[in-house]
Design a protein around this ligand. Structure first.
Ligand SMILES: Nc1ncnc2c1ncn2[C@@H]1O[C@H](COP(=O)(O)OP(=O)(O)OP(=O)(O)O)[C@@H](O)[C@H]1O
Length: 853
């Protein structure tokens, strides 16, 4: 960390460090104002800037006076011993050496004849500076006499002695101050080391906390994912169960309806069955009656048939008898004829025959009567038979009808019985079905009950999961808030003004060595400055020569928040600023500048090329990607972009047509809302990432590009890219308004080196003025001054709300060319950047934040 410059004669004036505002150093050098050279030119000079020095410097004259008094006493004592006047004291080399030199040199200042105030009298009298006195050549008038010559000589010697003592006093004061400064610097270095270690520890703690938080977040994300998948599965199951339940309910309802219908049918059938049973019983009764009647009829028929057969047998007997009687009559008539023929005998015989005949006639008559009676009896019997037959026929008819009816009834009964059986079967089937359905119903009801319980369980589970989900979401949101807080704390810990140095690769033909084997830019590979330190070697020619003779190279060490060697890719550089870009999404106002001499790689860093996109396109990609990621947590973003350049202290819109003729862009601030508006500036909605590339291309084409001696494509204007980000979280109601300013500053260059005249000279002067104004603003902010000179340039006025607010974060890239030719410019840029880097360090706010974190 020690300043390796060998220009040890540059002893700072006390109090100059804080009182002097920052300016680009090439300007400082032009003004020839001594610049305080601290032990380390770069590096963060924590707690250097404080209001204290002003008070100290106010008190200083008194102590200086007392020192002057004590110093005056010593030479007087020496002079009183008559010692010869001492030559001007030699420069002090070290603290110990100074003490020795002071002790030894004082007696050597032999008896001067003038005192401490003598030089002031001489200066007052002559109006000379010490150098004038030392360089004054004594000249005598041609005719001057020896006395006047001696007097003049004595006068001159007196003045020289006074000058000598004055120089000696000045040297001694400087030596004392150097001692004090060295002591305070070493104390501060120790404090600084301790601070840095403490901050390093805090930073490591925060980083590990961040890492564990990140891991926790990832774990939570994974758990959330699993839970969501589980919820989805359960919801599917639930839907399926609900469908099953619905189907089961429908089935149940249908089954109940069917059961009801079957029950009704069964009841109807049971009624029918009962009616049929009654009918059957009646039919059986009727059948029995019919059978009885039939039996009776059969008996009667049998008796009638028997009577008929007897009557017919009687009739046949009568008919036989009648035939036998007829034969006997015939035989008697023949006998009578035979008797008539025999008269006497005949007569007698006739008589007897007559008698016989009359008896026979009687008998025949009796027999005829008998026959007639038999015939009558037969006729009666015949009538009776007919009647019986008719009765039988009638009975038969009746019986047949009855039998038919009975048969029909029997058939009906059979049909009824089979129907009853079928019905009974159906009934039993239905009964079985009813039982089955009842079982099914019970099952369905059970299932329904189970499903309802399951649904209840699932609902409870869903509710639990929803709660867990809400909790997890809450935790994610909380995690996001914690991340934002930690991210902010980390950035604050790192500093609200941070400086990165980037060294571009040497161009073809560019000499990158200050001396053989000594590269112009070297990077400490180990120690505290590894990765963030840089050593610039200035070739002798660029550094000038010293009084002590020609020197070879001058080495200057610097430390920043990060140093990127030429091989660092755009991606690696962006990685370091991505957190800052994220801050814009979190509602911060972010400014990222690229500062450096012409051709040092500012535009390459900010815009890049299509193959190697720079910070602006990468920042846009990140903003869109992060906005997409945050959408899952309910964040919605609206983005508007504008691009403008500041050329010769005038604003020009790079995306729109600009103001109408005769008008100019004006910048106005709304202090309360913390917003800035530029009149006639086109704000383009860039909610779609694909619009950005076209916008950037359009802007780059419009940007003023002119040729200078330093860079063929030198950008002579400051280019400002602004992205307004408005986010709102529908879930939490949070709102964030961020602004991202990405600024490619115009190339800084010393007028003497750029060799420009006319318009270019005017441009260069405007650029230098606005860069100096930027330095002033940063210094005033760093010193917590009451007045910050934002209005001194259009650039600082435009960025007022982004640079000065409590929620602003600033990063400056200092771009360096590695060539020997550019070493002086690089030194100026690095010194400017070092002062910017030192500005915000050691502020109360930062310490409190660090303590908290
Ligand atoms: N990191 C790098 N890697 C490769 N090439 C680079 C790098 N940085 C710068 N260059 C190249 O160096 C040249 C000058 O760079 P650039 O134009 O970015 O400088 P500048 O600082 O913007 O200059 P000016 O102020 O004049 O605009 C360009 O050709 C650029 O491509």
């Amino acid at each position: 960390m020690a300043d390796t410059t060998r220009r040890s004669t540059r002893i700072p004036r006390p109090g100059a460090q804080t009182a002097k505002p920052l300016q680009p150093l090439h300007l400082v050098e032009q003004e020839n104002i001594p610049v305080p050279t601290a032990a380390v030119e770069g590096g963060r000079k924590r707690k250097v800037i404080s209001p204290e020095p002003a008070t100290k410097s106010a008190k200083r004259p008194a102590s200086a006076g007392s020192r002057a008094g004590s110093r005056a006493a010593a030479p007087s004592a020496a002079r009183s011993r008559g010692a010869a006047p001492a030559p001007a004291p030699a420069p002090r080399r070290s603290r110990g050496a100074a003490a020795v030199t002071a002790a030894v040199a004082a007696p050597a200042l032999a008896a001067p004849t003038c005192d401490e105030n003598e030089w002031e009298a001489v200066a007052e009298e002559t109006g000379w500076a010490v150098a004038d006195c030392l360089g004054h050549k004594l000249a005598f008038a041609k005719r001057a006499d020896a006395k006047s010559k001696v007097e003049a000589l004595a006068q001159h010697v007196k003045r020289l002695r006074a000058a000598g003592w004055h120089l000696h006093d000045a040297w001694q004061r400087a030596a004392e101050q150097a001692d004090t400064l060295t002591a305070s610097l070493s104390r501060e270095a120790a404090t600084h080391r301790e601070d840095r270690e403490a901050q390093g520890q805090a930073l490591r703690a925060v980083q590990s906390e961040l890492a564990s938080l990140g891991a926790l977040l990832q774990e939570r994300d994974a758990q959330l994912g699993e839970q969501q998948a589980q919820v989805t599965r359960l919801q599917c199951d639930l839907a399926a169960a609900a469908q099953n339940l619905q189907a089961a309910q429908q089935e149940g309802r249908a089954a109940a309806e069917e059961a009801q219908r079957l029950r009704e049918q069964a009841e109807e059938l049971a009624g029918q069955s009962r009616a049929l049973s009654e009918m059957q019983q009646q039919a059986q009764k009727y059948n029995a009656q019919l059978q009885e009647y039939n039996g009776r009829m059969q008996g009667e028929l049998q008796a009638a048939t028997e009577a008929l057969a007897k009557t017919q047998a009687d009739k046949a007997g009568l008919a036989e008898e009648c035939g036998a009687l007829k034969g006997r009559v015939t035989a008697l008539e023949e006998q009578l004829a035979a008797l008539a023929s025999t008269s006497s005998t005949g007569e007698q015989m006739r008589h007897s025959a007559l008698e016989d005949a009359s008896r026979l006639r009687g008998e025949v008559a009796a027999m005829a009567a008998e026959r007639a009676a038999a015939a009558a009896e037969a006729a009666r019997l015949r009538v009776e038979l007919d009647a019986a037959k008719r009765e039988v026929a009638r009975f038969r008819d009746a019986t047949g009808q009855e039998v038919g009816a009975l048969e029909a009834e029997r058939q009906a009964k059979g049909a009824l019985q089979s129907r009853t059986a079928a019905q009974a079967e159906l009934n039993s089937n239905l009964h079985e079905q009813v039982l089955l359905l009842r079982e099914q119903k019970e099952l369905a009801e059970n299932k329904l009950g189970k499903s309802a319980a399951e649904v209840k369980k699932l609902n409870a589970k869903v509710k639990k999961l929803e709660k867990a989900l809400a909790e997890a979401e809450g935790k994610v949101v909380e995690g996001e808030a914690v991340r934002r807080r930690l991210h902010n704390a980390l950035l604050e810990l790192k500093g609200n003004i941070r400086v990165f140095c980037r060294v571009r690769p040497p161009a073809t033909g560019e000499a990158a060595e200050a001396a053989p084997g000594r590269p112009v830019v070297a990077y400490p590979a180990a120690g505290e400055l590894a990765g963030r330190g840089l050593e610039l070697c200035q070739p002798a020619a660029a550094g000038g020569s010293s009084k002590g003779g020609p020197r070879d190279v001058q080495a200057h060490s610097f430390g920043f928040d990060k140093v990127f060697a030429p091989e660092a890719s755009q991606g690696e550089v962006f990685e370091e600023i991505s957190q800052l870009v994220q801050s814009a999404l979190d509602g911060y106002k972010v400014c990222i500048f690229a500062y450096g001499q012409t051709g040092s790689g500012k535009t390459h860093t900010m815009m890049g090329t299509p193959q190697q996109p720079g910070m602006i396109p990468r920042a846009m990609d990140q903003v869109f990607a992060a906005a997409r990621e945050l959408a899952a947590q309910g964040w919605r973003y609206e983005m508007r972009a504008a691009m403008l350049e500041i050329y010769n202290e005038e604003l020009r819109d790079l995306l729109g047509p600009g103001p109408p003729a005769g008008k100019k862009h004006t910048v106005s601030h709304d202090e309360r809302a913390g917003t800035t508006t530029v009149s006639f500036l086109e704000y383009t909605d860039v909610s779609r990432p694909e619009l950005v590339a076209a916008l950037l291309e359009k802007a780059m084409k419009q940007r003023s590009v002119g040729a200078t001696a330093m860079n063929e494509q030198s950008s002579r204007s400051h280019m400002v890219f602004q992205l307004w980000i408005e986010g709102s979280n529908v879930a939490t109601g949070q709102k964030a308004k961020g602004l991202l300013n990405l600024i490619d500053l115009a190339g800084s260059e010393r007028l003497s080196r750029s060799g420009v005249t006319g318009e270019r000279l005017k441009e260069t002067q405007a650029i230098n003025k606005s860069l100096a104004a930027l330095g002033d603003v940063i210094a005033a902010l760093g010193n917590k001054e009451g007045h910050v000179p934002f209005r001194n340039s259009k650039l600082t006025y435009l960025l007022q709300t982004s640079l000065g607010g409590a929620s602003s974060k600033t990063l400056m890239f200092v771009n360096i060319a590695p060539s020997a030719d550019s070493a002086q410019e690089s030194l100026c840029s690095l010194r400017f950047a070092s002062k910017v880097n030192a500005c915000d360090i050691g502020t109360a706010k930062r310490n409190v934040t660090t303590g908290k974190s």
